[in-house]
Design a protein around this ligand. Sequence first.
Ligand code: AMP
Ligand code: MG
Length: 485
Amino acid sequence: MPLGDRYRPDPKYLDLGVEGFADPVEAADFPERVLRFRNQRWAERVGLGALTPGEWLEHFARFAPLPHNLPEPLALRYHGHQFQSYNPQIGDGRGFLYAQLREPGEGSGEIGTGRLLDLGTKGSGRTPHSRDGDGRLTLKGAVREILATEMLEALGVPTSKTFSVIETGEKLQRHDEPSPTRSAVLVRLSWSHIRFGTFQRHAFEKRTDRIAALAEHCLAAYYPELAGADDAPLALFRALRPRMAELAARWMAAGFVHGVLNTDNMNVTGESFDYGPWRFLPRFDPTFTAAYFDHGGLYAYGRQVQTLGWNLARLAEALHPASPDAPWQETLEAYQGEAERALARAFLDRLGLAGADDARDAETTGAIFGFLTARPGLPFQQLFHDWYGGEASAARAAESPHAALYEGRDFVAFREALDEHAPKPGVDATLASSVFQRARPVDMLIGEVEEIWSRIAEVDDWSALEWKVADIRRLGDALAESHAS
Ligand code: AMP
Ligand code: MG
């Protein structure tokens, strides 16, 4: 086989049967195909690193099938709650499932060991679910998705990866970008594209048989240790719930605001995906909102934990018909406690500190929030940059451009809380990295995002984007020295 044995195709979606779950579609025929981003790290991990430039375009702009994979693209069917209103008119309207493959390792439900991954698209053309949309993605949207996914991956948030971006030479009209604006097709590598909204659609259509089949499929494909469970819908929900708690916690600790936490943007592995109007926090502010159209602040930074709980309740409702006697309410209630524990672990992790016990960890989270609240002038990422490893960074923090903020009663409480935790093994290696030798953190604020885009828009200069991705990866590699533990 030309791709070698690292390429492990596994089009599991076909086991589910396409009927009722997806619609075969064709990709748009684009006037141009210019490679703008190739995620070589992940391409190598999934055995696609040796594709020639021509082959890359053939697969990720023309969507010629990959060997032994899906014979044709599948637009997936789903519904969803959008800003808490049920919308039965959505589905893959500008994307499709293109291929499925295994990462290296023995198939399991753990990250990094043989997971079933999807290559899915955004901006690949119209489908039966497009309604009056053009099926396209703007190049700016694609650039923004690269930046979000790279930063989240570096900060240890479970996220889809941007695998490929190819500019496609069309002129698009958008009300939220100066138009006409450039077009692109993006391929994402994602740990499933089965959404809460996929179950909601089958519940809406009163297809209990499909809810049950989909739940069984999800266990077999994403939670293999639970495959064949007596009550597949309940087993799936119980396995997913702590992952959602973990996801919300990791977003919070990353200072990330997803922006559109609709149930069609939540998947069955708890992996973050689909990046539209996202932002990173400039400063700690629970009311900070990413989407300009989110007037009520429904998906504000500080509401993300409870929003994922709300979404889990909608998933439980959709699973209920296939398991009417299961203890759904009780099962759902465990989320809040899981989210609080996950929040503590995630913030400690961002500080390179090990957890102690639950009560102590919760107190430390309180001290961190207390300090951030008391210092509204402190850039969010700066705190984690200055205090990585706790005591190990005290001398660095004293040299911080914001060192003057590190004093007073709230600061003392923060420092004392840090001292209750051992540094994670590997902290010294993390701190030795060039990114921690600088005064300021690697950040991803809107001004820089717009600056990177304007270089591309005005003079077709991609170097700022390339430099930023390389810098984010330096941060990720540095943090990985101590994340692994
Ligand atoms: P999103 O807000 O990106 O999660 O998209 C919500 C729904 O709108 C999904 O069903 C998308 O497929 C659909 N959609 C978004 N943009 C377009 C577009 N330009 N053309 C067709 N469908 C779209
Ligand atoms: Mg979406």
